[in-house]
Design a protein around this ligand. Structure first.
Ligand code: 5CU
Length: 361
């Protein structure tokens, strides 16, 4: 059974050129007054200050395909389904977004073709362009042989994934059978992290902001009836669904007890969170411990989970380490959560991805 990594990012050369040409978030720059030499990547809304150390160092692991392949070899990963890392093309001016999306997607497609059998990809959409341009790119992506869906964040066209203006995009994705890989970026408002947030590095926004952002986004999709209108729309939710598997019961109960929804006739004749988790949602296995992974398996089924690494994020802090602990924590969690069930563990490590993403054997 192959090992397939479905959550692994890159900034392809066309995107790196853009990051290097800017000096507002997102951007790449070296700071002469910074204690460590070299380029730094500043992408998160809260990390563009001296106190947050101006982002994090960025090296070839973010953009050089040879580094991706070396990482795969070190960790016995046969196939990677690469996706552009956040913040994708969300920030582009509308007039250049469609052309940039084509350039970035072609760059990624070329990398995959040059490493046949080892790399596939989720494409990127020009979400700041017109809906027509977005739909055009969805249709074009279906003609690129290595594309297996699209990656996107939670902002949609700017006001979230419950925005009815997204319907033509959801319709095109459903029609073209393209999976959405849904990934967080924006986190929660900084105020929730408190006055001492910068004492705690990136822990609060990454450990909690990211998963809660994802959970809220999917819940808004559900509450707005996205899956009632698009029953075949499939979403691979990052980080084992944020906190969705753990909170699904509470979400259901809040719906069932909501007087406003009752008055609007929105409690009956609807699909439940549990139904959507089992029919429309796939989850990656990027949760670093068997407790969370067991919840994800209970919620969606072991046949809907797919291994991931989040490479090149979370590198070892020890520069001499060869193996990445962020990877081994995830593979150990799969073994531990499945007990002795090797068949199910192998499926999560790669078999499910091969089936769901139609990867040639
Ligand atoms: O460490 C981080 O900031 C990130 C990020 O931005 N995106 C991601 O996929 N993982 C970690």
């Amino acid at each position: 059974m192959p090992v397939v990594d479905v959550h692994t990012h890159m900034y392809p050369p066309a995107y790196m050129d853009l990051l290097r040409s800017r000096d507002t978030v997102p951007y790449v720059k070296s700071f002469p007054d910074h204690p460590s030499a070299g380029d730094r990547l500043i992408i998160l809304p809260a990390e563009d200050t001296a106190s947050t150390s101006r982002g994090r160092p960025i090296g070839k692991e973010y953009y050089d395909v040879k580094e991706k392949l070396a990482f795969m070899d070190t960790h016995d990963i046969d196939v990677s389904v690469i996706s552009l890392a956040n913040p994708w093309l969300d920030w582009l001016p509308p007039d250049s977004a469609a052309e940039t999306a084509r350039r970035v997607n072609d760059d990624v497609e070329r990398m995959c073709a040059e490493h046949e059998g080892r790399l596939y990809a989720f494409g990127t959409l020009p979400l700041s362009a017109s809906v027509e341009h977005v739909v055009e790119e969805i249709e074009r992506l279906t003609t690129l042989p290595h594309m297996r869906g699209i990656v996107m964040g939670t902002s949609g066209l700017g006001s979230g994934l419950d925005d009815p203006a997204l319907d033509p995009i959801y319709a095109a994705l459903e029609k073209e059978k393209q999976l959405i890989f849904l990934h967080p970026h924006y986190g929660l408002p900084n105020a929730v992290y408190g006055e001492r947030a910068s004492d705690y590095g990136h822990v609060l926004p990454l450990a909690l902001g990211f998963p809660l952002e994802t959970t809220i986004a999917v819940t808004r999709m559900l509450l707005s009836g996205v899956w009632d209108r698009f029953p075949e729309l499939n979403v691979l939710v990052a980080h084992s669904g944020g906190t969705l598997p753990f909170l699904a019961g509470r979400i259901e109960s809040c719906i069932a007890h909501d007087a406003h929804l009752k008055k609007e006739g929105k409690i009956t004749n609807r699909r439940s969170v549990w139904d959507i988790l089992r029919k429309n949602v796939y989850l990656d296995a990027v949760i670093y411990a068997d407790v969370g992974l067991k919840a994800a398996i209970d919620a969606s089924g072991a046949d809907r989970l797919m291994f991931g690494t989040d490479h090149p994020f979370f590198p070892p802090l020890d520069e001499n380490a060869v193996e990445w602990e962020s990877v081994t924590l995830n593979s150990k969690a799969v073994k531990s959560a499945l007990g002795g069930n090797k068949e199910a563990a192998d499926a999560i490590m790669g078999g499910n991805a091969a089936r769901i993403l139609r990867l040639p054997s």
